[in-house]
Write a protein that binds this ligand. Structure first.
Ligand code: NAP
Length: 276
């Protein structure tokens, strides 16, 4: 078994995830895994970084596929006996003018952004080594969507006692409410992406609390963050930040020094803790 530290970035064949791998290859003292759901796109991205003299490794990972997640989990367990850095970056968003029915957009968006990210955490958090770092890439869209929820929902999402099961129940309810065309009446904002990212931010707050309760002595730091508005296939060319700039906050959180006791359980943007 290798004692080399290991970092994994989900959805890193392009966009912000690719820039995070690139930065980690330069700054993280260990093996860095570029992962992609499509091995062809993943290997192509690895080759691009190799041309720059960097040495990422590759593993297939589709966060929508539990078998694929478990294959990565077993590989990490066997080869490294765990994991030091996990960046949950993979995510999707329908374009603003997409005509796909809203209920379908809600189901598909939550499936990857919330449920896929949660499945990764369920399978990989138990593998995190002491002083490990977990970064869940959320979005400022989560805070703006939170502000557009009913007071009752806002209270639930800001609660310091909400459980993961309750959060999952609320995310499923959103999808059901969109199918029955009652989501606005039920206090939800009209954004599937925003709600999926509320799920990611709240999940991060819950997971940080669980780490405090169950693994306090391990000094693992887990946060959600927003990369900013970044020029990628998702956000388009009018966005303000380059992918390298978008990677800065996730990489800062992934490389917090071992003597840092925070941030932990926070929502961070521009390397600054944001109110939730
Ligand atoms: P992007 O260019 O569209 O890249 C998304 C990456 O996620 C791609 O590598 C994609 O793979 C991968 N992915 C999607 N579904 C996946 C799945 N089921 N399993 C594994 N990988 C999957 O988007 P981006 O702008 O870099 O976004 C990265 C993250 O930042 C997302 O979580 C996004 O919500 C967040 N974010 C972005 C912005 C922004 O302005 N760009 C702002 C706030 C937050 P394929 O190539 O196979 O599709």
């Amino acid at each position: 078994m290798s004692s080399v530290p290991v970092a994994v970035v989900t959805g890193s064949n392009k966009g912000i995830g690719f820039a995070i791998v690139q930065a980690l290859c330069k700054q993280f003292p260990g093996d860095v895994y570029l992962t992609a759901r499509d091995p062809g796109r993943g290997q192509e991205a690895v080759a691009k970084l190799q041309k720059e003299g960097l040495h990422p490794l590759f593993h297939q990972l589709d966060i929508d596929d539990l078998q694929s997640i478990r294959a990565l989990r077993d590989f990490l367990k066997e080869k490294y006996g765990g994991l030091n850095v996990l960046v949950n970056n993979a995510g999707i968003a329908f374009k603003v003018h997409d005509t796909t029915p809203f209920a379908v957009q809600a189901e598909v968006t939550l499936k990857t952004n919330f449920f896929g990210t949660r499945n990764i955490c369920t399978e990989l958090l138990p593998l995190m080594k002491p002083y490990g770092k977990v970064v869940n890439v959320s979005s400022m869209a989560s805070s703006s969507a939170l502000g557009r929820c009913s007071q009752e929902l806002q209270q639930k999402f800001r609660s310091d006692t909400i459980t993961e099961d309750e959060l999952v129940g609320l995310m499923n309810k959103f999808v059901e409410d969109t199918k029955n065309s009652v989501h606005e009446k039920e206090g939800w904002p009209n954004t599937a992406y925003g709600v999926s990212k509320i799920g990611v931010t709240v999940l991060s707050r819950i997971q940080a609390r669980m780490l405090n309760e169950k693994r306090k002595g391990d000094h693992i730091l887990l946060n959600a963050c927003c990369p900013g508005w970044v020029k990628t296939d998702r956000a388009g060319p009018q966005a303000t930040k380059s992918p390298d700039e978008g990677a800065e906050t996730p990489v800062y959180l992934a490389l917090l020094p071992s003597n840092a006791d925070g941030p932990h359980g926070q929502f961070v943007s521009d390397k600054t803790v944001q109110p939730w």
